[in-house]
Design a protein. Structure first.
Length: 395
């Protein structure tokens, strides 16, 4: 797939942009804790982490439920431009010590308007250029990008930058990453394709919801993915507090912990293509069960090295989930059905993030960091029999 100029260029831009976004995994909690004021720490972290998903979920839902297609390339360009402008502004305010919690939340609400639509557009563009034969490989490469940039390079660089220069510089780095992805889209992704596939705007047709109703296994899998993501989100709220409390460490340790997750995820994503001949439904169920053990184990250790090993193994297990799930869903779609279904599916899977983060803040505040991690794992374990019934049932 990397021999295809368009696919390679888009993936390279996505990789560099992801590194900037990965820096925010460290920068955002640190910045939030510096300006949270009278708002409880866990609640403030949850609000900031949830803000990018609110308006973007509304827009992506409109696209996925509607019948009129929108150019995926246009959506991705809009996301890059708005993100670059927003994070440049937030970064400047942070560097000059003028950033407040309401301004940060408001900026994330507006600046991430095209986040989900752009993300699904990026996947549509890459898999469309690769064709049916290359879809599984490209979904795996997108997962590999996420693992390397978002959870390895980004957090490690974020920990260094935040510790040495401050969180505001990391916000500016994310803006620069958005500009890099914008350049990659403009240069490597064609405006239109003559064969009418997903690179160009799909014709008027059915909504994503009606298409999913005809494919009940895909619809049930969406429910499983929603709750898998929902039960994960308290971890993102608890982790910065876990590092400060249980591990008695700072921003660099938080970056190393995310980096460990990414290192494991890198190996898991690199092995995705080896899983293509296995029963994909069974693979997805196994991932749900094995990941559930990660936060439970994390809660009972207070050593950074052990925590990194646990999180690394969690990343190894978790990484194949998204590429396998998307390949499974896309394999049963007609070309004109890809954009509404993938956009709606991405939205349905991702809307769990703001809901889980908003619930995770009060949950961690009440149950404590250790209790929040354990509860996240236990609820995910309870999802295993539900997932088995959902995806192994009648086709």
């Amino acid at each position: 797939m990397l021999r295809h100029r368009g696919v390679a260029g888009l993936l390279a831009g996505d990789l560099l942009a992801g590194a900037g976004t990965g820096m925010l995994l460290v920068a955002m909690p640190v910045q939030t804790l510096a300006i949270h004021g009278d708002v409880p720490r866990a609640v403030a972290i949850g609000l900031v982490a949830a803000a990018p998903f609110v308006l973007s979920t509304v827009l992506a839902s409109v696209i996925g439920l509607g019948r009129a297609g929108v150019f995926p390339r246009t959506l991705l360009i809009a996301d890059c431009v708005l993100r670059a402008a927003t994070f440049t502004t937030l970064g400047v305010l942070a560097v000059t010590d003028r950033l407040t919690l309401p301004v940060l939340i408001g900026g994330l609400l507006v600046g991430s308007l095209f986040r989900l639509a752009g993300s699904s557009g990026r996947r549509l563009l890459a898999t469309s250029m690769a064709g049916d034969d290359g879809r599984f490989a490209v979904n795996g490469l997108l997962g590999l990008n996420t693992s390397v940039a978002l959870y390895v390079v980004g957090p490690v660089l974020g920990g260094i930058v935040v510790a040495s220069a401050g969180a505001g510089v990391a916000l500016l780095a994310d803006a620069a990453g958005a500009l890099v992805l914008l350049a990659a889209v403009l240069v490597f992704v064609p405006r239109m394709r003559a064969d009418g596939d997903a690179v160009r705007r799909p014709p008027m047709g059915e909504s994503g919801w009606r298409i999913l109703r005809r494919r009940p296994v895909a619809a049930r899998l969406l429910v499983v993915v929603f709750f898998f993501n929902f039960f994960y989100m308290p971890i993102e709220v608890a982790l910065p507090l876990y590092v400060r409390g249980s591990l008695d460490a700072g921003a660099s340790a938080l970056g190393l912990l995310w980096g460990a997750l990414g290192a494991g995820a890198f190996v898991g994503a690199a092995l995705v293509n080896q899983l293509r001949n296995l029963p994909q439904r069974h693979v997805l169920i196994a991932i749900v069960g094995l990941w559930a053990l990660c936060p439970i184990t994390l809660a009972v250790t207070g050593d950074l090295t052990v925590a990194m090993i646990v999180f690394g193994l969690g990343g190894l297990v978790w990484a194949p989930f998204t590429p396998v799930a998307y390949s499974f869903v896309q394999s049963g779609l007609e070309p004109a059905e890809h954009q509404p279904v993938v956009t709606l599916w991405t939205t349905g899977a991702t809307v769990a993030a703001p809901l889980g983060l908003l619930a995770g803040g009060p949950l961690v505040e009440l149950a404590g960091v250790t209790g929040g991690l354990v509860l996240s794992g236990v609820l995910t374990l309870l999802l295993v029999p539900i997932a088995a019934a959902a995806v192994l049932g009648r086709r």
